[in-house]
Design a protein. Structure first.
Length: 309
């Protein structure tokens, strides 16, 4: 397939390199010219422990220079999704799969405001990455990715299978779910419980679960979010989520959460589509979520102090 990955940050670069290594004609698209220049000059280097792999993947700031592609995967920050979707129009024809594996809740809705919803595939990935320098990222370990149709009632749609095949060709673990929204909420619960806690304390993943008070705070924040998900008729078990979250944190060890990376870089966070999404859904149902609400307020306060609102 001909594939474009929109957003050449940590995860976009990792996926782009995997698609290319899997034999697909892949291009990275990003608005940051120095990053594009670095990728074109040096390729994408992915670091895992003592091992480094460099993959040549062309990059551009101009989607119109690529032409129509078979698959577009969006991996921008959530607050750039709308602009990225508009800029990607030259890439997308009636048969193009339009996919989001971004963090948070609502990116699929943004894409559906620009493209027909039957073309859209959404999902979650438990892979993580850390940018060390332009065109050089750390990918600690392979983790599962789950994809499915954005449009309800498309259980046998071939589009998620096309994305899944491209990911599998790159050596990534992937499955197709129908419906996929419960899986997105499971990841949302994980993110709501761990991203602001890591960012506000500076703790890496392993420390969050090893430190007893933070372990308990993560658990109770997750429990609130599960209550909201169950109110939306998603059959998610609270204890299963909590146990899975702590197992993932322990396995991730010294990895830094994406929101902690945002704090350290002085960037705007994705709090609005993570804990903010939990709060909005809770308000619609009349469910009390004081911890999630407090995290939104705390992170918004941090952003305000730095002029990032």
């Amino acid at each position: 397939m001909k594939i474009a990955v929109v957003g050449a940050g940590a995860m976009g670069s990792i996926l782009g390199a995997r698609f290319a290594s899997g034999g697909h004609d892949t291009v990275l698209v990003d608005v940051v010219a120095p990053l594009v220049e670095a990728i074109n000059a040096d390729g994408v280097t992915v670091v895992r422990g003592e091992e480094e792999t460099t993959t040549r993947v062309p990059a551009t700031t101009d989607p119109a220079s690529i032409g129509l592609v078979d698959l577009v995967v969006f991996f921008t920050k959530c607050y750039h999704t709308a602009a990225a979707a508009e800029s990607a129009r030259p890439l997308i024809g009636p048969d193009t799969v339009v996919a989001s594996l971004q963090n948070g809740w609502g990116n699929g809705d943004v894409l559906a405001g620009v493209y027909p919803e039957e073309q859209i595939v959404v999902g979650v990935t438990y892979n993580s990455g850390l940018v060390q320098s332009p065109a050089r990222v750390v990918h600690p370990a392979d983790q599962p990715t789950i994809v499915g149709s954005f449009a309800d009632g498309q259980a046998d749609d071939a589009r998620p299978a096309r994305l899944a095949q491209a990911l599998a060709d790159g050596g990534l673990e992937v499955s197709v779910a129908s419906p996929v929204r419960p899986e997105i909420w499971k990841k949302l619960i994980l993110n709501a419980a761990t991203l602001p806690t890591a960012a506000l304390t500076g703790m890496h993943a392993g420390a969050l679960t090893a430190h007893t008070p933070m372990h308990d705070l993560v658990s109770e924040t997750a429990r609130e979010a599960v209550a909201v998900a169950r109110g939306l008729d998603y059959d998610i078990d609270a204890q299963e989520r909590i146990d899975s979250i702590h197992a993932l944190l322990e396995k991730a060890g010294p990895s830094k959460a994406s929101m902690l990376q945002d704090f350290e870089a002085g960037r705007k966070t994705e709090i609005d589509v993570i804990n903010g999404a939990v709060v909005r859904a809770a308000d619609e149902q009349g469910i009390d979520v004081p911890l999630n609400r407090a995290f939104v307020q705390l992170v918004k306060g941090w952003e305000s102090l730095r002029g990032l609102e």
